[in-house]
Design a protein. Structure first.
Length: 230
């Protein structure tokens, strides 16, 4: 998706404050469409927009004994990606916005955040607490290390997102800035900050990152992707 498409999706979406309410009532409540209620007159679990539920409870104030609620966001523009249809391993605690594309046999670890328009290729692992920004593109059979940041771009619209080609390994806590392309088969050292393109089959390290050597047999063995995990 280009930035205009994403911007229009967010602009035109109905903003919601998703919430779950736990309600104890004296009598039954008539629920409008759009709210999902479970239980009976003795107690309900209600899921939906917080403002709609609060308005409903206010109208039925005389029969409400008490309630508690949990709010998951405020005026959220996008839902999360539906995980049940994905053909990858996605661990609890990962946050993936609707509009992201996750390939097959990927591994998305706890705490990873993947924004709208991002693309993760087949067989790629996004490790713990990694961030893939909007429209960030990652190829097949990559490993993006824990805490790494793959910059995406919605604004300024003149910038371009990161493109990481196939078979790339990015070390923990590395930062790949917008507009950068990392060539196929390259390795980015931990804690590096990549500010310019890295050619294929290169090892880059530092702040800012620079190419320090070409991929050899020793590097390939140390950075080997484990198919067993996919």
């Amino acid at each position: 998706m280009d930035y205009k498409t994403i911007a229009n999706i967010i602009k035109d979406s109905k903003k919601k404050t998703d919430a779950t309410f736990f309600v104890r009532a004296k009598l039954g409540i008539d629920f409008p469409k759009g709210l999902h209620a479970y239980g009976d007159k003795n107690g309900y679990i209600i899921k939906g927009d917080a403002n709609e539920i609060l308005n409903l409870l206010e109208k039925n104030n005389d029969i409400i004994e008490y309630f508690d609620y949990e709010v998951k966001g405020r005026n959220s523009a996008l839902p999360f990606l539906k995980l049940e249809s994905q053909k990858s391993r996605i661990e609890p605690g990962a946050i993936i916005r609707d509009g992201a594309e996750i390939g097959e046999r990927c591994v998305i670890m706890m705490g990873a955040v993947i924004n709208i328009g991002a693309i993760v290729g087949d067989g790629t692992m996004i490790d713990m607490n990694c961030v893939v920004g909007a429209r960030g593109t990652i190829g097949k059979n990559c490993h993006i290390g824990a805490g790494a940041v793959v910059a995406g771009v919605l604004e300024p619209p003149s910038a371009t997102p990161v493109i990481i080609e196939d078979d790339v390994v990015v070390g923990a806590n590395a930062v790949i800035l917008e507009g950068v392309r990392i060539g196929k088969g390259s390795v980015i050292g931990a804690c590096s900050v990549v500010t310019k393109d890295i050619p294929e089959n290169s090892v880059a390290f530092g702040v800012p990152a620079r190419v320090i050597k070409q991929i050899d047999a020793d590097v390939k063995e140390k950075t080997r992707i484990l198919k067993e995990l996919r």
